[in-house]
Design a protein around this ligand. Structure first.
Ligand SMILES: C[S@@+](CC[C@H](N)C(=O)[O-])C[C@H]1O[C@@H](n2cnc3c(N)ncnc32)[C@H](O)[C@@H]1O
Length: 392
């Protein structure tokens, strides 16, 4: 179905808003750090002196420096937004609030569209300052970069991605390495693309699917504009001082990528389709098109889990496999945009999957963090559900 003019304008405004968020990062974040500085002066002189002796003000100056380095890195990501087919005639000037402020441990942008049409934003709009929720998405994107593309993220990747890749290989153990290229693997909600990249590197034909502009811009930058290991350095933990055991944990430098993203063997088949999972994969052409679908921290992004499961079932070819890992942090729960949200418990999700025609096996619970700062005094652990399901 072709998007309406209104939808195209909304999409354009949303894209411009995301670019504007990247570009406003320094100003916004320096000002947040400056609030700490100003707060010192509200204290009695004796208290200020003690904080001074502690080096607290010096620490704030140091953090300013890291913020500016982050800004340089983020500017590189959005240096050429035109490649996304959007006109930025109004550039940073465009945008209305398209986001909904629903922030969770592993949630991300929840509202976007699948169309990639170029359309200038209406002239009359004035610059809108990014909201805290917009900035939160950008900060989460930085943490997501740690998860997917840094050495430090390897711990999480070993816990989350490794069992999924092993289950994939096991399901197709009778397929030779050479024949893997004929097997089509889909990774919906692919985030910054590492799981899908790894699957392509293993020789499968792999397609990632993602709809967040934060994720799309950033994964494009890593996958297509980054040619060397450890090319970029940034500081994802300078934004909050809560639960920091020391300055070292706040000022951790993260270097990415830990692998060369252009190191896929010749003949590899790796692609990314931008857009909404239900819109794209709900279409009749997708029926039985996939040999495997890997959902990692994805199924709880559904407004209607029945439709997600139905699509997952329909797009699998006979003999195909659906491998899932994740919790149930329903992304649309308590949304303020009047969107429906069906919030089943895990038993219900599995019963529903069986009713829809899956046979579930290899079930286990995997304890895992998600974009966790290993040095923080706080760490959320998900007791995530893992399974392998086949179509019956
Ligand atoms: C919790 S993140 C998981 C990312 C990645 N799989 C990982 O494990 O790091 C969920 C991802 O799904 C994406 N997403 C949510 N709803 C989507 C939809 N309807 N279509 C495509 N992507 C979606 C989000 O933008 C986000 O990047």
């Amino acid at each position: 179905m072709n998007p309406t003019q209104e939808e195209m304008e909304e999409e354009q405004r949303h894209f411009a808003n995301v670019i504007s968020t990247f570009r406003s990062y320094a100003q916004y974040t320096l000002s947040a750090n400056n609030r700490r500085r100003k707060d010192i002066y509200t204290l009695p002189k004796a208290d200020q002196d003690l904080l001074d002796a502690l080096g607290y003000k010096k620490k704030l100056d140091e953090v300013d420096g890291y913020i500016l380095k982050n800004a340089d890195f983020l500017d590189k990501i959005v240096s050429d937004p035109a490649i996304f087919g959007h006109s930025l005639d109004d550039g940073d000037e465009a945008a209305t609030d398209h986001s909904h402020s629903h922030s969770h441990g592993h949630s991300h942008e929840t509202a976007s569209h699948s169309h990639s049409h170029s359309h200038a934003a209406p002239q009359a709009q004035r610059r809108k300052r990014p909201t805290e929720s917009d900035m939160d998405k950008l900060r989460s994107t930085m943490k997501q970069l740690v998860r997917d593309w840094s050495e430090e993220g390897n711990v999480e990747r070993e816990v989350c991605y490794k069992p999924m890749k092993e289950a994939l290989v096991k399901h197709f153990e009778n397929v030779s390495m050479e024949e893997r290229r004929n097997l089509h693997v889909l990774v919906p909600g692919s985030g910054l693309g590492r799981l899908s990249f790894d699957v392509a590197q293993m020789g499968f034909a792999c397609q990632a699917n993602e709809f967040s502009h934060y994720m799309l811009l950033t994964s494009y930058f890593i996958l297509n504009k980054t040619a060397a290991v450890n090319e970029h350095t940034f500081y994802p933990y300078v934004h909050s001082f809560s639960n920091a055991p020391n300055m070292k944990s706040i000022a951790q430098a993260i270097t990415i990528p830990d692998v060369n993203p252009s190191s896929l063997p010749p003949g590899s088949n790796f692609s990314l389709v931008a857009g909404d999972f239900e819109e794209i994969f709900g279409s009749p052409e997708q029926e039985e098109a996939w040999d495997a679908v890997l959902t990692c921290f994805f199924i709880d992004t559904a407004k209607n889990i029945v439709n997600y499961l139905r699509i997952l079932h329909r797009i699998l070819a006979p003999g195909g496999v659906w491998i899932n890992l994740g919790p149930l942090l329903w992304h649309w729960e308590n949304n303020n945009t009047n969107d429906p949200s069906i919030e089943l418990d895990m038993e219900e999700v599995k019963t529903l999957a069986r009713q829809i025609g899956f046979e579930i096996s290899n079930e286990k619970t995997i304890d895992t963090t998600y974009t966790n700062n290993a040095q923080s005094m706080l760490g959320y652990v998900y007791h995530a559900s893992f399974w392998t399901a086949t179509k019956i």
